[in-house]
Design a protein around this ligand. Structure first.
Ligand SMILES: Nc1ncnc2c1ncn2[C@@H]1O[C@H](COP(=O)(O)OP(=O)(O)OP(=O)(O)O)[C@@H](O)[C@H]1O
Ligand SMILES: [Mg+2]
Length: 500
Protein backbone atom coordinates (compact mmCIF):
# COMPACT_ATOMS: atom_id res chain seq x y z
CA UNK A 1 0.00 0.00 0.00
CA UNK A 2 1.19 3.47 -0.85
CA UNK A 3 2.21 5.45 2.25
CA UNK A 4 -0.18 8.30 2.98
CA UNK A 5 2.64 10.49 4.20
CA UNK A 6 6.20 10.47 2.88
CA UNK A 7 8.99 12.60 4.24
CA UNK A 8 12.24 12.39 2.30
CA UNK A 9 15.63 13.83 3.07
CA UNK A 10 14.40 16.16 5.79
CA UNK A 11 16.99 18.32 7.55
CA UNK A 12 16.65 21.03 10.15
CA UNK A 13 19.36 23.28 11.48
CA UNK A 14 19.09 25.60 14.47
CA UNK A 15 21.91 27.92 15.53
CA UNK A 16 24.59 25.54 16.79
CA UNK A 17 22.37 22.44 16.46
CA UNK A 18 21.77 20.06 13.58
CA UNK A 19 18.46 18.69 14.85
CA UNK A 20 17.68 16.58 11.75
CA UNK A 21 20.01 15.28 9.11
CA UNK A 22 18.42 13.83 5.93
CA UNK A 23 15.68 11.94 7.72
CA UNK A 24 13.16 9.73 5.90
CA UNK A 25 9.81 8.70 7.33
CA UNK A 26 6.98 6.87 5.59
CA UNK A 27 3.64 6.54 7.36
CA UNK A 28 0.75 4.40 6.09
CA UNK A 29 -2.88 4.74 7.02
CA UNK A 30 -4.00 2.00 9.36
CA UNK A 31 -0.58 1.51 10.96
CA UNK A 32 0.82 2.48 14.32
CA UNK A 33 4.26 3.80 13.56
CA UNK A 34 6.51 4.31 16.56
CA UNK A 35 9.35 6.81 16.43
CA UNK A 36 12.02 6.03 19.01
CA UNK A 37 15.20 7.81 20.07
CA UNK A 38 17.01 9.39 22.98
CA UNK A 39 16.26 12.84 24.38
CA UNK A 40 17.23 15.36 21.73
CA UNK A 41 17.33 12.80 18.90
CA UNK A 42 14.99 14.98 16.82
CA UNK A 43 11.62 13.26 17.25
CA UNK A 44 9.56 16.33 18.20
CA UNK A 45 11.31 18.47 15.59
CA UNK A 46 10.36 16.00 12.86
CA UNK A 47 6.74 16.13 14.05
CA UNK A 48 6.78 19.94 14.05
CA UNK A 49 7.87 19.88 10.42
CA UNK A 50 5.19 17.32 9.58
CA UNK A 51 2.53 19.62 11.04
CA UNK A 52 3.85 22.90 9.63
CA UNK A 53 4.89 24.35 12.98
CA UNK A 54 8.42 24.66 11.65
CA UNK A 55 9.79 24.66 8.13
CA UNK A 56 12.53 22.23 7.12
CA UNK A 57 15.82 23.23 5.53
CA UNK A 58 15.75 23.26 1.71
CA UNK A 59 16.53 19.95 0.01
CA UNK A 60 13.86 17.64 1.38
CA UNK A 61 10.32 16.95 0.27
CA UNK A 62 7.01 15.88 1.74
CA UNK A 63 4.37 13.90 -0.15
CA UNK A 64 0.79 13.32 0.87
CA UNK A 65 -1.11 10.66 -1.05
CA UNK A 66 1.66 10.73 -3.64
CA UNK A 67 1.54 14.48 -4.22
CA UNK A 68 4.29 16.81 -3.15
CA UNK A 69 3.06 19.43 -0.69
CA UNK A 70 4.40 22.34 1.26
CA UNK A 71 2.84 22.30 4.71
CA UNK A 72 2.39 25.94 5.61
CA UNK A 73 1.07 25.84 9.17
CA UNK A 74 -0.86 23.59 11.60
CA UNK A 75 -4.23 24.63 10.17
CA UNK A 76 -3.04 23.63 6.71
CA UNK A 77 -1.68 20.35 8.08
CA UNK A 78 -5.05 19.60 9.62
CA UNK A 79 -6.79 20.32 6.32
CA UNK A 80 -4.39 17.80 4.74
CA UNK A 81 -5.46 15.25 7.34
CA UNK A 82 -2.63 15.45 9.87
CA UNK A 83 -3.10 16.46 13.48
CA UNK A 84 -0.93 16.28 16.54
CA UNK A 85 -1.05 15.96 20.28
CA UNK A 86 1.89 17.91 21.58
CA UNK A 87 4.42 16.75 24.12
CA UNK A 88 3.74 19.86 26.15
CA UNK A 89 0.07 20.40 26.91
CA UNK A 90 -1.62 23.19 25.05
CA UNK A 91 -5.03 23.25 26.68
CA UNK A 92 -6.25 26.55 28.07
CA UNK A 93 -6.72 26.45 31.84
CA UNK A 94 -9.45 29.06 32.08
CA UNK A 95 -11.78 27.52 29.54
CA UNK A 96 -14.13 24.61 30.10
CA UNK A 97 -13.52 21.16 28.70
CA UNK A 98 -16.04 21.74 25.90
CA UNK A 99 -14.57 25.14 25.03
CA UNK A 100 -11.13 23.57 24.76
CA UNK A 101 -12.39 20.79 22.54
CA UNK A 102 -14.01 23.21 20.13
CA UNK A 103 -11.57 26.08 20.40
CA UNK A 104 -11.76 28.23 17.24
CA UNK A 105 -14.47 26.05 15.65
CA UNK A 106 -17.29 26.47 18.11
CA UNK A 107 -20.74 25.54 16.82
CA UNK A 108 -22.59 28.73 16.04
CA UNK A 109 -26.35 29.08 16.29
CA UNK A 110 -28.75 30.89 13.95
CA UNK A 111 -28.11 34.39 15.26
CA UNK A 112 -24.35 33.85 14.91
CA UNK A 113 -24.15 33.33 18.63
CA UNK A 114 -22.18 30.59 20.26
CA UNK A 115 -24.41 27.56 20.70
CA UNK A 116 -23.21 26.47 24.12
CA UNK A 117 -25.83 23.78 24.54
CA UNK A 118 -24.87 22.08 21.30
CA UNK A 119 -21.17 22.48 22.07
CA UNK A 120 -21.58 20.81 25.45
CA UNK A 121 -23.65 18.01 23.95
CA UNK A 122 -21.03 17.37 21.23
CA UNK A 123 -18.30 17.45 23.82
CA UNK A 124 -20.14 14.94 25.97
CA UNK A 125 -20.25 12.53 23.01
CA UNK A 126 -16.51 12.79 22.43
CA UNK A 127 -15.82 12.30 26.14
CA UNK A 128 -18.06 9.26 26.29
CA UNK A 129 -16.22 7.67 23.41
CA UNK A 130 -13.05 8.06 25.47
CA UNK A 131 -14.76 6.71 28.57
CA UNK A 132 -13.95 9.94 30.36
CA UNK A 133 -16.13 10.70 33.32
CA UNK A 134 -15.79 14.49 33.20
CA UNK A 135 -18.49 17.11 32.76
CA UNK A 136 -18.02 19.25 29.60
CA UNK A 137 -18.50 22.35 31.74
CA UNK A 138 -15.55 21.63 34.05
CA UNK A 139 -12.81 24.25 33.98
CA UNK A 140 -9.72 22.55 32.52
CA UNK A 141 -7.50 24.13 35.18
CA UNK A 142 -9.36 22.05 37.77
CA UNK A 143 -8.38 18.76 36.14
CA UNK A 144 -5.29 16.67 36.83
CA UNK A 145 -2.49 16.70 34.27
CA UNK A 146 -3.51 13.22 33.16
CA UNK A 147 -7.08 14.34 32.59
CA UNK A 148 -5.89 17.44 30.72
CA UNK A 149 -3.83 15.19 28.46
CA UNK A 150 -6.91 13.13 27.66
CA UNK A 151 -8.68 16.35 26.63
CA UNK A 152 -5.86 17.01 24.15
CA UNK A 153 -6.33 13.54 22.74
CA UNK A 154 -10.08 13.99 22.51
CA UNK A 155 -9.46 17.18 20.57
CA UNK A 156 -7.26 15.53 17.94
CA UNK A 157 -9.65 12.65 17.53
CA UNK A 158 -12.58 14.97 16.96
CA UNK A 159 -10.85 16.39 13.86
CA UNK A 160 -11.33 13.06 12.04
CA UNK A 161 -7.71 13.06 10.89
CA UNK A 162 -6.02 10.58 8.52
CA UNK A 163 -2.87 10.68 10.61
CA UNK A 164 -2.65 11.52 14.28
CA UNK A 165 0.71 12.19 15.84
CA UNK A 166 1.06 11.47 19.54
CA UNK A 167 4.21 12.85 21.13
CA UNK A 168 4.62 11.02 24.47
CA UNK A 169 0.87 10.82 25.06
CA UNK A 170 1.05 8.50 28.05
CA UNK A 171 3.83 10.28 29.95
CA UNK A 172 1.33 11.74 32.43
CA UNK A 173 -1.48 9.22 32.18
CA UNK A 174 -2.49 6.77 34.89
CA UNK A 175 -2.40 3.06 34.19
CA UNK A 176 -6.13 3.01 33.55
CA UNK A 177 -5.97 6.01 31.24
CA UNK A 178 -3.08 4.40 29.35
CA UNK A 179 -5.04 1.21 28.81
CA UNK A 180 -7.98 3.27 27.56
CA UNK A 181 -5.74 5.19 25.18
CA UNK A 182 -4.10 2.08 23.76
CA UNK A 183 -7.55 0.58 23.17
CA UNK A 184 -8.55 3.76 21.43
CA UNK A 185 -5.46 3.65 19.21
CA UNK A 186 -6.39 0.13 18.15
CA UNK A 187 -9.89 1.32 17.29
CA UNK A 188 -8.49 4.22 15.25
CA UNK A 189 -6.15 1.85 13.42
CA UNK A 190 -9.10 -0.39 12.57
CA UNK A 191 -10.77 2.69 11.06
CA UNK A 192 -7.68 3.14 8.86
CA UNK A 193 -6.18 6.07 10.75
CA UNK A 194 -2.38 6.17 10.84
CA UNK A 195 -0.81 6.88 14.22
CA UNK A 196 2.70 8.22 14.72
CA UNK A 197 3.57 7.25 18.25
CA UNK A 198 6.46 8.67 20.25
CA UNK A 199 7.26 7.29 23.67
CA UNK A 200 10.15 6.53 26.01
CA UNK A 201 8.20 3.58 27.40
CA UNK A 202 9.57 0.80 25.25
CA UNK A 203 6.99 -1.72 26.44
CA UNK A 204 4.31 0.37 24.78
CA UNK A 205 6.15 0.25 21.47
CA UNK A 206 6.08 -3.53 21.54
CA UNK A 207 2.50 -3.58 22.67
CA UNK A 208 0.99 -1.26 20.11
CA UNK A 209 3.32 -0.49 17.18
CA UNK A 210 3.34 -2.18 13.77
CA UNK A 211 6.59 -0.52 12.73
CA UNK A 212 9.32 1.44 14.43
CA UNK A 213 11.65 4.10 13.06
CA UNK A 214 14.71 4.87 15.13
CA UNK A 215 16.37 8.28 15.21
CA UNK A 216 19.75 8.98 16.71
CA UNK A 217 21.44 12.38 16.73
CA UNK A 218 19.09 13.63 14.05
CA UNK A 219 19.59 10.74 11.62
CA UNK A 220 17.37 7.80 10.68
CA UNK A 221 19.13 4.68 11.95
CA UNK A 222 16.58 2.13 10.84
CA UNK A 223 12.90 1.56 10.12
CA UNK A 224 11.47 -1.94 10.39
CA UNK A 225 8.41 -3.99 11.27
CA UNK A 226 8.08 -4.55 15.01
CA UNK A 227 8.30 -8.31 14.55
CA UNK A 228 11.84 -7.92 13.20
CA UNK A 229 13.31 -6.31 16.31
CA UNK A 230 13.83 -7.16 19.97
CA UNK A 231 13.92 -4.79 22.88
CA UNK A 232 17.67 -5.16 23.28
CA UNK A 233 18.36 -4.40 19.65
CA UNK A 234 16.02 -1.42 19.75
CA UNK A 235 17.88 0.01 22.75
CA UNK A 236 21.24 -0.57 21.09
CA UNK A 237 20.09 1.19 17.93
CA UNK A 238 18.79 4.15 19.97
CA UNK A 239 21.75 4.55 22.25
CA UNK A 240 24.87 3.21 20.55
CA UNK A 241 26.97 3.04 23.73
CA UNK A 242 27.17 0.83 26.77
CA UNK A 243 24.36 1.64 29.18
CA UNK A 244 24.82 1.89 32.88
CA UNK A 245 22.77 -1.05 34.00
CA UNK A 246 19.22 0.10 34.58
CA UNK A 247 17.92 -0.88 38.00
CA UNK A 248 21.30 -2.16 39.26
CA UNK A 249 21.81 -3.46 42.78
CA UNK A 250 20.35 -1.37 45.54
CA UNK A 251 22.36 -0.25 48.53
CA UNK A 252 20.62 1.55 51.38
CA UNK A 253 22.27 4.55 53.01
CA UNK A 254 19.41 5.30 55.39
CA UNK A 255 20.44 6.34 58.91
CA UNK A 256 18.47 6.34 62.18
CA UNK A 257 18.33 10.09 62.22
CA UNK A 258 14.91 11.51 61.32
CA UNK A 259 15.32 14.57 59.11
CA UNK A 260 11.62 15.23 58.59
CA UNK A 261 8.57 14.03 60.51
CA UNK A 262 5.06 14.74 59.28
CA UNK A 263 2.12 14.30 61.63
CA UNK A 264 -1.61 14.47 60.79
CA UNK A 265 -1.11 16.53 57.67
CA UNK A 266 -4.47 17.53 56.21
CA UNK A 267 -5.25 19.65 53.16
CA UNK A 268 -7.08 22.90 53.93
CA UNK A 269 -8.81 23.27 50.58
CA UNK A 270 -9.04 20.38 48.13
CA UNK A 271 -9.48 21.08 44.41
CA UNK A 272 -12.91 20.05 43.09
CA UNK A 273 -11.42 17.06 41.25
CA UNK A 274 -8.41 16.61 43.52
CA UNK A 275 -7.79 14.11 46.30
CA UNK A 276 -8.97 15.01 49.80
CA UNK A 277 -5.67 14.49 51.57
CA UNK A 278 -6.06 13.97 55.30
CA UNK A 279 -4.22 12.74 58.36
CA UNK A 280 -0.96 11.88 56.64
CA UNK A 281 1.92 10.89 58.94
CA UNK A 282 5.37 9.59 58.03
CA UNK A 283 9.06 10.01 58.80
CA UNK A 284 11.99 10.53 56.47
CA UNK A 285 15.51 9.63 57.56
CA UNK A 286 18.81 11.14 56.61
CA UNK A 287 20.27 9.21 53.68
CA UNK A 288 16.98 7.52 52.96
CA UNK A 289 15.12 7.29 49.67
CA UNK A 290 11.43 7.02 50.49
CA UNK A 291 9.26 6.09 47.53
CA UNK A 292 5.69 7.35 47.22
CA UNK A 293 3.50 5.24 45.02
CA UNK A 294 -0.18 5.63 44.26
CA UNK A 295 -2.56 5.78 41.37
CA UNK A 296 -2.79 9.16 39.65
CA UNK A 297 -5.14 11.35 41.66
CA UNK A 298 -4.44 9.49 44.93
CA UNK A 299 -2.99 12.67 46.45
CA UNK A 300 0.78 12.16 46.35
CA UNK A 301 1.46 15.48 44.68
CA UNK A 302 -0.90 17.31 47.04
CA UNK A 303 0.98 15.93 50.06
CA UNK A 304 4.26 17.25 48.70
CA UNK A 305 2.72 20.59 47.76
CA UNK A 306 1.64 21.06 51.38
CA UNK A 307 5.16 20.30 52.59
CA UNK A 308 6.55 22.73 50.05
CA UNK A 309 4.17 25.56 51.01
CA UNK A 310 2.13 25.56 47.81
CA UNK A 311 -1.07 24.47 49.58
CA UNK A 312 -2.43 25.30 53.00
CA UNK A 313 -2.40 22.52 55.59
CA UNK A 314 -3.20 21.68 59.17
CA UNK A 315 -1.02 19.29 61.16
CA UNK A 316 2.68 19.24 62.06
CA UNK A 317 5.85 19.28 60.04
CA UNK A 318 9.08 18.83 62.00
CA UNK A 319 12.50 19.25 60.51
CA UNK A 320 15.44 17.91 62.52
CA UNK A 321 13.04 17.69 65.47
CA UNK A 322 11.86 21.30 65.40
CA UNK A 323 8.33 22.21 64.41
CA UNK A 324 8.27 24.49 61.39
CA UNK A 325 5.61 26.67 59.81
CA UNK A 326 5.57 26.43 56.05
CA UNK A 327 3.30 29.00 54.42
CA UNK A 328 5.14 29.60 51.14
CA UNK A 329 7.72 27.82 48.97
CA UNK A 330 10.21 30.39 50.27
CA UNK A 331 9.66 29.05 53.81
CA UNK A 332 10.18 25.49 52.60
CA UNK A 333 13.38 26.39 50.78
CA UNK A 334 14.78 28.19 53.81
CA UNK A 335 14.17 25.02 55.84
CA UNK A 336 16.26 23.09 53.35
CA UNK A 337 13.56 21.52 51.21
CA UNK A 338 13.89 21.21 47.42
CA UNK A 339 11.07 20.19 45.10
CA UNK A 340 11.40 18.90 41.55
CA UNK A 341 7.82 19.30 40.35
CA UNK A 342 6.05 17.01 37.93
CA UNK A 343 4.88 19.85 35.75
CA UNK A 344 8.02 21.49 34.44
CA UNK A 345 6.12 23.80 32.14
CA UNK A 346 4.33 25.76 34.80
CA UNK A 347 6.38 25.23 37.94
CA UNK A 348 9.84 24.06 37.07
CA UNK A 349 11.38 26.35 34.50
CA UNK A 350 11.42 29.85 33.07
CA UNK A 351 11.40 28.80 29.43
CA UNK A 352 12.65 32.11 28.07
CA UNK A 353 15.78 32.08 30.23
CA UNK A 354 19.03 30.26 29.55
CA UNK A 355 20.04 26.91 30.98
CA UNK A 356 22.52 28.70 33.27
CA UNK A 357 19.99 31.26 34.52
CA UNK A 358 17.41 28.57 35.25
CA UNK A 359 20.04 26.46 36.90
CA UNK A 360 21.18 29.10 39.38
CA UNK A 361 17.70 30.50 40.08
CA UNK A 362 17.38 28.27 43.15
CA UNK A 363 20.78 29.06 44.64
CA UNK A 364 22.03 32.33 43.20
CA UNK A 365 23.32 33.42 46.60
CA UNK A 366 25.90 30.62 46.39
CA UNK A 367 27.67 32.60 43.70
CA UNK A 368 27.34 36.04 45.28
CA UNK A 369 29.18 35.97 48.59
CA UNK A 370 29.47 39.77 48.33
CA UNK A 371 27.56 42.16 46.13
CA UNK A 372 28.29 40.81 42.70
CA UNK A 373 27.58 37.42 41.19
CA UNK A 374 30.56 35.24 40.40
CA UNK A 375 29.51 34.36 36.86
CA UNK A 376 32.57 32.19 36.23
CA UNK A 377 31.85 29.99 39.26
CA UNK A 378 28.19 29.81 38.30
CA UNK A 379 29.03 28.79 34.73
CA UNK A 380 31.55 26.16 35.92
CA UNK A 381 29.06 24.54 38.25
CA UNK A 382 26.37 24.58 35.60
CA UNK A 383 28.72 22.98 33.05
CA UNK A 384 29.47 20.30 35.59
CA UNK A 385 25.79 19.36 35.85
CA UNK A 386 25.28 19.57 32.10
CA UNK A 387 28.03 16.93 31.84
CA UNK A 388 26.92 14.63 34.70
CA UNK A 389 23.32 14.50 33.53
CA UNK A 390 24.20 14.53 29.84
CA UNK A 391 22.03 17.58 29.12
CA UNK A 392 22.06 17.98 25.36
CA UNK A 393 22.55 21.65 24.54
CA UNK A 394 25.07 23.57 22.42
CA UNK A 395 25.95 25.66 25.50
CA UNK A 396 24.66 26.72 28.91
CA UNK A 397 23.59 29.98 27.33
CA UNK A 398 20.94 28.25 25.21
CA UNK A 399 17.39 29.25 26.15
CA UNK A 400 15.58 26.39 27.82
CA UNK A 401 12.65 26.64 25.43
CA UNK A 402 14.97 25.37 22.67
CA UNK A 403 15.85 22.18 24.55
CA UNK A 404 14.05 18.90 23.92
CA UNK A 405 11.43 17.87 26.50
CA UNK A 406 13.63 15.33 28.26
CA UNK A 407 16.53 17.72 28.48
CA UNK A 408 14.31 20.38 30.05
CA UNK A 409 13.42 17.86 32.73
CA UNK A 410 17.12 17.29 33.42
CA UNK A 411 17.60 21.04 33.93
CA UNK A 412 14.84 21.02 36.57
CA UNK A 413 16.60 18.23 38.43
CA UNK A 414 20.00 19.93 38.16
CA UNK A 415 18.81 23.25 39.54
CA UNK A 416 17.39 21.72 42.70
CA UNK A 417 20.17 19.28 43.33
CA UNK A 418 22.80 22.00 42.93
CA UNK A 419 21.25 23.92 45.78
CA UNK A 420 22.15 21.05 48.09
CA UNK A 421 18.87 20.76 50.05
CA UNK A 422 18.71 18.49 53.08
CA UNK A 423 15.39 17.15 51.91
CA UNK A 424 14.74 16.66 48.23
CA UNK A 425 11.31 15.83 46.86
CA UNK A 426 11.18 14.64 43.27
CA UNK A 427 7.81 14.18 41.59
CA UNK A 428 7.96 11.86 38.55
CA UNK A 429 11.67 12.55 38.06
CA UNK A 430 12.17 10.48 34.93
CA UNK A 431 8.98 11.31 33.06
CA UNK A 432 9.94 11.93 29.44
CA UNK A 433 13.52 10.93 30.09
CA UNK A 434 15.11 8.34 27.82
CA UNK A 435 16.30 4.97 28.98
CA UNK A 436 19.99 5.91 29.24
CA UNK A 437 19.41 9.15 31.13
CA UNK A 438 17.02 7.39 33.49
CA UNK A 439 19.87 5.26 34.80
CA UNK A 440 21.92 8.44 35.26
CA UNK A 441 19.15 10.11 37.28
CA UNK A 442 18.83 7.02 39.51
CA UNK A 443 22.58 6.94 40.07
CA UNK A 444 22.49 10.62 41.00
CA UNK A 445 19.72 10.06 43.57
CA UNK A 446 21.67 7.17 45.11
CA UNK A 447 24.79 9.34 45.36
CA UNK A 448 22.87 12.17 47.02
CA UNK A 449 21.39 9.74 49.55
CA UNK A 450 24.86 8.41 50.33
CA UNK A 451 25.94 11.98 51.00
CA UNK A 452 23.15 12.24 53.59
CA UNK A 453 20.25 13.86 51.79
CA UNK A 454 16.74 12.63 52.66
CA UNK A 455 14.92 12.00 49.40
CA UNK A 456 11.28 11.45 48.53
CA UNK A 457 10.62 9.98 45.10
CA UNK A 458 7.10 10.06 43.70
CA UNK A 459 6.66 7.89 40.67
CA UNK A 460 3.90 6.09 38.81
CA UNK A 461 6.52 3.78 37.36
CA UNK A 462 6.38 0.86 39.77
CA UNK A 463 9.63 -0.82 38.70
CA UNK A 464 11.34 2.54 39.23
CA UNK A 465 9.89 2.96 42.72
CA UNK A 466 10.97 -0.55 43.67
CA UNK A 467 14.44 -0.05 42.27
CA UNK A 468 15.34 3.22 43.97
CA UNK A 469 13.47 3.19 47.30
CA UNK A 470 14.53 2.03 50.77
CA UNK A 471 10.88 2.06 51.85
CA UNK A 472 7.69 2.62 49.87
CA UNK A 473 4.67 4.57 51.12
CA UNK A 474 1.49 3.79 49.23
CA UNK A 475 -1.05 6.60 48.98
CA UNK A 476 -4.67 5.82 48.38
CA UNK A 477 -7.66 8.20 48.43
CA UNK A 478 -5.67 10.95 50.11
CA UNK A 479 -4.20 8.83 52.88
CA UNK A 480 -1.15 6.65 53.42
CA UNK A 481 -2.54 3.13 53.09
CA UNK A 482 0.68 1.34 54.00
CA UNK A 483 4.44 1.82 54.31
CA UNK A 484 6.43 -1.14 52.99
CA UNK A 485 9.95 -2.03 54.02
CA UNK A 486 12.17 -2.91 51.12
CA UNK A 487 11.92 -6.59 52.01
CA UNK A 488 8.11 -6.56 51.91
CA UNK A 489 7.74 -4.42 48.81
CA UNK A 490 6.85 -6.25 45.64
CA UNK A 491 4.88 -5.32 42.52
CA UNK A 492 1.92 -7.35 43.77
CA UNK A 493 1.89 -6.13 47.37
CA UNK A 494 2.17 -2.49 46.30
CA UNK A 495 -0.46 -2.67 43.57
CA UNK A 496 -2.74 -4.43 46.02
CA UNK A 497 -2.37 -1.62 48.55
CA UNK A 498 -2.74 1.11 45.91
CA UNK A 499 -5.81 -0.25 44.17
CA UNK A 500 -7.06 -2.48 46.96
N1 LIG B 1 13.79 26.04 18.44
C1 LIG B 1 14.97 25.42 18.64
N2 LIG B 1 16.12 26.13 18.72
C2 LIG B 1 17.30 25.51 18.92
N3 LIG B 1 17.46 24.19 19.07
C3 LIG B 1 16.34 23.42 19.03
C4 LIG B 1 15.05 24.00 18.82
N4 LIG B 1 14.14 23.01 18.83
C5 LIG B 1 14.83 21.86 19.04
N5 LIG B 1 16.16 22.11 19.16
C6 LIG B 1 17.22 21.12 19.36
O1 LIG B 1 17.07 20.10 18.40
C7 LIG B 1 17.40 18.82 18.95
C8 LIG B 1 16.23 17.87 18.77
O2 LIG B 1 15.19 18.24 19.66
P1 LIG B 1 13.79 17.48 19.74
O3 LIG B 1 12.91 18.29 20.62
O4 LIG B 1 13.34 17.20 18.37
O5 LIG B 1 14.22 16.13 20.48
P2 LIG B 1 13.31 14.88 20.92
O6 LIG B 1 13.82 13.69 20.17
O7 LIG B 1 11.89 15.22 20.77
O8 LIG B 1 13.73 14.71 22.46
P3 LIG B 1 12.84 14.35 23.80
O9 LIG B 1 12.75 12.87 23.85
O10 LIG B 1 13.69 14.87 24.92
O11 LIG B 1 11.54 15.05 23.69
C9 LIG B 1 17.77 19.07 20.40
O12 LIG B 1 19.17 19.16 20.51
C10 LIG B 1 17.12 20.41 20.69
O13 LIG B 1 17.81 21.08 21.71
MG1 LIG C 1 10.34 15.52 22.16
Amino acid sequence: MQPFLEMHNISKTFPGVRALNRVDLLVRQGEVHAVAGENGAGKSTLMKIMTGVQGADPGGKILIDGHEVEIRDPVHARALGISIIYQELSVVDNLTVAENLFLAREPVGRAGLLDTRRMNAEARKVLERLEMDIAPTTRVGDLSIGQQQMIEIAKAISYESKIIIMDEPTASLSHHETVTLLGLIRALRARNVGIVYITHRLDEIFEIADRVTILRDGSTIDSLPIGDITRDILVRKMVDRELTQLYGTHASHATDQVVMAVEGLTLRHAKPHGAKVRDVSFQLHRGEILGFFGLIGAGRTEIMEMIFGVRGYTGDIRIDGAKVDIGTPGDAISHGIGFVTEDRKTQGLVLGMSVRENFSLTHLEAYSPWQFIDRAAEARRCEEFVRTLGIKTPSSEQRVINLSGGNQQKVVIAKWVARGPRILIVDEPTRGIDIGAKAEVHALLARLAREGMGIIVISSDLPEVLAVSDRVAVVKDGQIAHVFSRADASQESIMQAAAG
